[in-house]
Design a protein around this ligand. Structure first.
Ligand code: ATP
Length: 204
């Protein structure tokens, strides 16, 4: 994607990706988040709005011209085919924006936060130098997501069922970030990796 050391950071819902990304950014990495880009692409005036309207019908677009998120969420949740169609519109566009922004990144190295990286491993493996996976027990994921949202455990489990399995993510990891303990432990592990990344970045 770029000459700069590029880390693909992923993990299941509520695993702690944002917490890790925030630490790495504070220590001098450039961080680009696929979810933030997806949000912009589907906001009023976003580049994905017209193709979504064509593929899914005008009912998916709000009067304000943005994606009707709750309607789309319900539709793709109920139908994997629709989810794949939406992904076919969004993923290439997200990749393109990431690529453009990556060339301007000023940090010591680049971190791409990609929640569904393992689900699209075929594309991402060659786009990043290393894959870092934030990992914790599924019960902890559920507990953390419930604490920060109004979802109940069965709703969180249903979302997790649409994502890659914990084993698949762990198998794809070059670097595993255990987030099974407190935030201080997460910070210590993340700092260890940051030091390694700086070391690698100096030599490429
Ligand atoms: P999502 O994919 O849903 O965006 P995420 O992987 O980015 O989630 P975070 O938002 O970083 O996960 O963390 C989920 C929640 O759990 C947050 O409220 C965060 O503050 C909390 N959290 C993360 N790690 C820990 C930890 N080790 N101890 C306690 N709380 C934590």
């Amino acid at each position: 994607m770029t000459a700069k050391l590029t880390i693909g950071l992923t993990g299941g819902i509520g695993s702690g990706k944002s917490a890790v990304a925030q630490l790495l950014a504070a220590w001098g990495a450039s961080v680009l988040d696929a979810d933030v880009i997806a949000h912009a692409l589907t906001a009023p005036g976003g580049a994905a709005i017209a193709p979504i309207g064509e593929a899914f019908g005008a009912a998916m677009i709000t009067a304000g011209g943005g994606l009707d998120r709750s309607r789309m969420r319900a539709a793709v949740f109920a139908d994997p085919d629709l989810r794949h169609r939406l992904e076919a519109i969004l993923h290439p566009r997200i990749g393109q924006v990431l690529q453009e922004r990556a060339t301007q990144a000023q940090g010591a190295y680049l971190v791409l936060v990609v929640p569904l990286l393992v689900e699209g491993l075929g594309r991402w493996r060659s786009a990043v130098d290393r894959i870092a996976v934030v990992d914790c027990a599924e019960e902890l994921q559920i507990e953390r997501v419930m604490r920060r949202s109004n979802l109940d455990a069965s709703q969180v489990r249903a979302i997790m069922a649409t994502q890659a399995t914990r084993d698949a993510r762990r198998a794809a990891a070059d670097d595993l970030i255990d987030n099974g303990a407190d935030l201080a432990a997460l910070q210590a592990r993340t700092h260890e990796l940051h030091a390694q990344y700086l070391q690698i970045a100096r030599h490429i």
